[in-house]
Design a protein around this ligand. Structure first.
Ligand code: UTP
Length: 477
């Protein structure tokens, strides 16, 4: 290992010498651990990020670019019989891909879940409206059900972070992997948090740097990284070996995702797309979702905070928002696209201003009352302009989008459980049952249908006696 002087020389060059402030008080293991953390930081890149995103403007979509934004073509929800028949054909193609074992599933669960404030990985949060099944259980059982339907379970790749990896792996082991045949966990990269005024890297302990996960865009590099301390093949290598060439990507916080949706996979393949995404119609100009647009003929997601008010509020002659297509972070990617991208194209970093506890100069741990730090994160959707072809597919938010973000209010356990109950209520109605509704259309009690009982309304039909009256909370499993 290098000496303190050598580390100091390296750090001083980048104005980060303070990281060794407590070095003399550390034992050999502590020094070793700190040195390893320092060693994995790319200081040149960090200096550029600090100049641009901490001391600079911080925006990622240049003002000039915004003038050239146009609405993007979207495969809208089918409305006619012919359109529905066409979707059926796409679903058949997707089902063939699933049955042939050509689909892998990537679930990203490396986020810190700070807004939810739950003690444990977000995927372990008990969200089932009746059963309190965890997010992980619900996602996993959808894959088990798919395997039963198509004779082959797609392999699952779960992205974790340094913070939550061990707890995630333990949770799956404690639940016998929820019946999954093939699940692999891979850890995403990290970035140091810096002081928002000076750009100095923050220490979270005498020998520890305040590191945080590098954003869901970190998925691409993490899929390409070798596993098991460099001894195991990368996830991409393993997928190639297994014959999984199309990857379904989704995020842990949305329990409504139609995991490995055959229609979406079929549409993606028919369009010979490299990266595809699902969108929903934005509720209002203010809704905080990224908007999918075209910029110079290339697809692009513009963050809600970067979309100028005039564009967010623009309406067509029929009154619909011109930029209505909100991204819900559900993608299909070709494995070859990820392979092509990693190594040659670095996704940009975005800044997130957050409260990060840190050691001050006197060695005291400070819990800041106001956001004091900048974290750097990559976003998966920044890969979109690099795709040679893409497909954008509209879906119904009531069917597929209700993410768990906050402890209370919108996007909280209450709203997520209500949306799940509403969806399951509508499946029961489609199967011929009678379900009470409040005046606003929501169901008045908890309803839950295990993916192992029925994956959709169609499967449920075969199991429900038409005219069945649902009178209270019910869990079909
Ligand atoms: P969010 O950006 O909503 O973050 O992530 P979060 O961690 O869930 O919550 P906050 O912002 O700290 O409150 C959306 C999805 O992307 C994953 C999350 O696990 C979630 O599924 N994600 C996010 C990662 O896998 N890694 C990251 O570095 C960030």
């Amino acid at each position: 290992m290098a000496s303190k002087q050598e580390w100091a020389a390296r750090l001083e060059k980048h104005g980060q010498g303070h990281l060794l402030r407590h070095w003399d008080g550390l034992d050999a293991d502590g020094r070793d651990a700190l040195a390893r953390e320092i060693d994995c930081i790319d200081f040149d890149r960090l200096a550029t990020l600090v100049a641009e995103l901490v001391k600079g403007e911080g925006g990622t979509t240049a003002e000039a670019d915004l003038d050239r934004i146009r609405p993007i073509d979207v495969a809208r929800m089918p409305r006619t019989d012919a359109e529905r028949a066409d979707r059926r054909r796409a679903a058949d193609a997707g089902e063939e891909a699933l049955a042939a074992g050509e689909v892998g599933v990537v679930l990203v669960a490396g986020g810190s879940g700070t807004r939810l404030g739950f003690d444990g990985p977000k995927g372990t949060f008990p969200i089932g409206p009746v059963s309190s099944a965890s997010l992980f259980q619900i996602h996993a059982e959808k894959l088990v059900a798919l395997g039963r339907r198509h004779g082959k379970q797609p392999p699952l790749y779960v992205m974790t972070s340094h913070e939550n990896h061990d707890a995630t792996v333990r949770f799956f082991a404690d639940h016998d992997r929820f019946g999954l045949d093939h699940v692999r966990f891979f850890v995403q990269g990290r970035m140091p948090a810096v002081d928002r005024a000076t750009g100095a890297i923050l220490l979270s302990g005498p020998g520890r740097i305040a590191m945080s996960p590098d954003g869901h865009g970190g998925t691409l590099a993490a899929l390409a990284a070798r596993g098991g301390d460099g001894r195991a093949p990368s996830c991409l290598d393993e997928m190639r070996e297994l014959g999984a060439r199309t990857l379904f990507y989704f995020q842990v916080d949305n329990p409504m995702v139609d995991v490995a949706d055959p229609t979406f996979i079929g549409l993606h393949r028919r369009g010979e797309a490299e990266l595809s995404l699902k969108v929903v119609e934005k509720r209002s100009p203010d809704e905080k979702v990224g908007v999918v647009v075209e910029l110079d003929g290339r697809p692009r997601v513009v963050e809600y905070s970067d979309l100028p008010r005039a564009l967010a509020e623009a309406r067509d002659h029929d009154g619909q928002l011109t930029y209505w297509a909100g991204s819900i972070a559900i993608h299909v990617l070709e494995r070859s696209f990820v392979e092509r991208l990693v190594g040659v194209h670095l996704l940009p970093f975005h800044r997130a201003v957050k409260k990060v506890p840190f050691l001050d100069a006197s060695g005291r741990l400070v819990e800041p009352a106001e956001p004091n730090a900048v974290k750097f994160e990559q976003f998966i959707f920044d890969a979109l302009p690099e795709a040679r072809s893409h497909v954008v597919v509209e879906t119904d938010r009531r069917v597929e989008f209700e993410p768990l973000k906050n402890a209370r209010g919108p996007d909280s356990p209450d709203t997520v459980r209500q949306s799940m109950s509403d969806l399951f209520g509508s499946w029961l109605e489609q199967a011929g049952a009678v379900v009470p509704r409040r005046p606003d259309g929501s169901v008045p009690f908890a309803i839950e249908i295990s993916p192992l009982y029925a994956r959709d309304a169609h499967e449920l039909k075969a199991k429900i006696e038409p005219g069945t009256v649902i009178e209270g909370p019910i869990h079909l499993r």
